[in-house]
Design a protein around this ligand. Sequence first.
Ligand SMILES: *[C@@H]1O[C@H](CO)[C@@H](O)[C@H](O)[C@H]1NC(C)=O
Ligand SMILES: *[C@@H]1O[C@H](CO)[C@@H](O)[C@H](O)[C@H]1NC(C)=O
Ligand SMILES: *[C@@H]1O[C@H](CO)[C@@H](O)[C@H](O)[C@H]1NC(C)=O
Ligand SMILES: *[C@@H]1O[C@H](CO)[C@@H](O)[C@H](O)[C@H]1NC(C)=O
Ligand SMILES: *[C@@H]1O[C@H](CO)[C@@H](O)[C@H](O)[C@H]1NC(C)=O
Ligand SMILES: *[C@@H]1O[C@H](CO)[C@@H](O)[C@H](O)[C@H]1NC(C)=O
Ligand SMILES: *[C@@H]1O[C@H](CO)[C@@H](O)[C@H](O)[C@H]1NC(C)=O
Ligand SMILES: *[C@@H]1O[C@H](CO)[C@@H](O)[C@H](O)[C@H]1NC(C)=O
Length: 283
Amino acid sequence: MLSTSLVGLASLATLSSAACTRELLVDAANKWVFLQSSGDHSDFDNLSYNLTYLENNKTASIISGLPAWPQVIAFNRSVYDTTLCKTFTEIIVTDPAHPYVIATQMYLGAEGNVEKIDSLVTDKGDWAFNATGYYYWNSLEKWDPIPPEKRMSRDALKAVADTYPDRCNNKSVVVPFNTPCARLEGGAYTGRGNLSANTCDIGGLPEHVLMSNRRYVIDEEMGTVDIFLGFQGLDRTRPNEGTPDSHFFRIEEGKIKYIHTVSACFVDGCGMNGTGIPPLRVA
Ligand SMILES: *[C@@H]1O[C@H](CO)[C@@H](O)[C@H](O)[C@H]1NC(C)=O
Ligand SMILES: *[C@@H]1O[C@H](CO)[C@@H](O)[C@H](O)[C@H]1NC(C)=O
Ligand SMILES: *[C@@H]1O[C@H](CO)[C@@H](O)[C@H](O)[C@H]1NC(C)=O
Ligand SMILES: *[C@@H]1O[C@H](CO)[C@@H](O)[C@H](O)[C@H]1NC(C)=O
Ligand SMILES: *[C@@H]1O[C@H](CO)[C@@H](O)[C@H](O)[C@H]1NC(C)=O
Ligand SMILES: *[C@@H]1O[C@H](CO)[C@@H](O)[C@H](O)[C@H]1NC(C)=O
Ligand SMILES: *[C@@H]1O[C@H](CO)[C@@H](O)[C@H](O)[C@H]1NC(C)=O
Ligand SMILES: *[C@@H]1O[C@H](CO)[C@@H](O)[C@H](O)[C@H]1NC(C)=O
């Protein structure tokens, strides 16, 4: 929690309620990315006095957590939910000294200031972590805006995205996978073969795993749904608890084309006791 005495947080509680525009969200997300690159929050003038900053689902501070440490950002991507007034951002840091993959949801309040930053900061020891792989496979994907005539409603996007976490606890749920389709998980990619013919229908999805506490960022223009959720038992040291996780879906014409996941293990290696990347499949 930030104290109100912090210089530079010139948030104006007296501003009248502003409609949540895409421009406002773009501005906030850009400031977030800049903050992570500079390590200095003083240019982020749209932070609320009572900002809540969560790092891997734990209360932390932007003045001592990762945002305080400038990073060379190899790639960033943001999407915007004007209905919930939220943003979602992917940041990839490939610096060999300390690579990271960061997934962040931000919540803006009625005055247009960021009130909550919910960030998953993953690095070595997290599920299938490989920032170089995340960067490489991501660079082969196409995430252009959806042409206006092909855009889906937010309800339709949410329904498609929810089939995937629902399926993990109910194998009767049918997930509409596109062909091609690929899942980028920590840095490992399911689409290693023919990139124009891949499918995500490759089995290996769990059958009795609850994906709980879902928090959404839905962008109709980008055809995306990001879901922050608790992935039950992904970290084997806490089998009955949700591991902090982001599932980011790109949906085209009703079908899932890409899935990017980021999972912050409670302990390095997620309790798998392996020396390398934890296996991709969850039994
Ligand atoms: C907040 O964001 C808006 C829109 O980008 C901007 O006009 C305003 O000056 C910013 N700063 C404060 C302190 O509200
Ligand atoms: C922060 O302050 C705003 C405006 O007073 C309020 O609406 C919001 O609920 C507060 N958020 C938290 C997390 O306390
Ligand atoms: C974030 O990505 C945008 C678009 O690719 C790029 O122009 C910008 O420089 C990036 N920001 C940082 C801090 O790397
Ligand atoms: C990470 O991904 C890159 C790109 O696919 C690959 O060359 C490298 O071997 C991977 N590293 C590990 C440790 O798997
Ligand atoms: C499992 O999914 C099927 C198909 O969507 C649905 O009919 C059924 O009610 C679901 N079962 C539970 C327990 O939710
Ligand atoms: C990849 O798959 C597509 C679609 O099935 C096919 O047209 C193409 O020839 C394949 N390419 C290779 C290199 O196998
Ligand atoms: C995060 O924290 C909240 C509140 O403390 C809790 O309800 C939730 O289950 C936690 N885990 C995840 C992954 O959201
Ligand atoms: C990992 O090792 C611990 C301690 O030896 C053991 O209790 C646990 O069952 C092991 N977990 C797995 C997934 O092998």
